[in-house]
Design a protein around this ligand. Structure first.
Ligand code: BEZ
Length: 211
C-alpha cells in the first residue's frame, strides 16, 4: 500500500555499508532522511552522495541521521565508495543500504515501472523520532536533488514541531514565520514574546522564535 504523510515509516532489517540495520532501532530518538538512488556507478548519484557527505555536519546539528539506498550489493557499494571519495572529495560517512533484493524499495514504493522498470526513482522520506513520515519527495532518475532544500524543509518541520509556527512561501532560515491557526491570540501573546503582526485573523506573522 502507498505510504502517506503521517503514516508510521515501514520498519525493515537490511544490509548496508555499516552492517545490518534495523531501521527503527537505528533511527532511535533522531529524525531520519532515507533517500534512494537508481543504481551504483551512476553519475548523478555519485554527486549526490558526495554532497550529502559534505553536508553531514548540518544534518548532525539538526539531530537528523541520513541513510541512502541503492539496489546493489555491499561489495558493489564499497567499490563505488572509493570513486565517490576520489571524485567528490568526501568519503561516505553514513550508511548506504544494499537493497539487492529490493525489499526496502518495494516497501517504500520506490520503483515506478512507468518511469524506470528495474531501478528506484530518487525518493526522499523525512521521518520524525516517533517514526512518522513527515515529508516525501520523488525526483526522476536524471535530476539530482537539492540537499540545501532538504535541510530547509527539515528546519521548517522542526519549527512546526517545536515552536508551533508554520513557514510561508519561499521561507528561509531567519525570515518571519506564521503562527499556527490552532493557536489563539491569548496563547500567542504568551508563546511569542517578540510580538506578532495580525494581517488577518488567520494570518499572523512573527519573527522566527529560535533566532
Ligand atoms: C544517474 O546518474 O543516476 C542517471 C543519470 C542519467 C539518467 C538516469 C540516471
Amino acid at each position: 500500500m502507498a505510504i502517506r504523510l503521517g503514516d508510521t515509516a515501514p520498519d525493515f532489517t537490511q544490509d548496508s555499508t555499516e552492517g545490518k540495520i534495523s531501521f527503527h532501532d537505528w533511527i532511535g530518538d533522531s529524525w531520519a532522511v532515507l533517500f534512494s538512488h537508481p543504481a551504483d556507478f551512476t553519475p548523478v548519484c555519485t554527486t549526490e552522495l558526495g554532497q550529502v557527505a559534505h553536508l553531514k555536519p548540518e544534518f548532525d546539528k539538526r539531530n537528523v541521521k541520513v541513510i541512502a539506498l541503492s539496489v546493489d550489493s555491499v561489495e558493489s557499494h564499497n567499490s563505488w565508495a572509493k570513486d565517490i571519495e576520489e571524485t567528490q572529495g568526501a568519503a561516505l560517512n553514513f550508511p548506504l543500504l544494499a537493497d539487492a533484493d529490493r525489499k526496502v524499495a518495494e516497501l517504500y514504493d520506490m520503483i515506478h515501472p512507468n518511469a524506470e522498470a528495474t531501478v528506484t526513482v530518487r525518493s526522499v522520506f523525512i521521518i520524525d523520532p516517533n517514526k512518522k513520515v513527515r515529508l516525501m519527495l520523488t525526483y526522476p532518475a536524471p535530476t539530482g536533488r537539492d540537499f540545501g532544500e532538504i535541510l530547509r524543509v527539515i528546519d521548517a518541520l522542526q519549527l512546526t514541531e517545536y515552536e508551533k509556527v508554520a513557514t510561508p512561501a519561499n521561507w528561509k532560515d531567519g525570515d518571519d514565520v506564521v503562527i499556527l491557526p490552532s493557536i489563539s491570540n491569548e496563547e500567542a501573546d504568551k508563546l511569542f514574546p517578540k510580538g506578532y503582526k495580525e494581517l488577518k485573523p488567520y494570518l499572523r506573522m512573527t519573527p522566527q522564535p529560535n533566532k
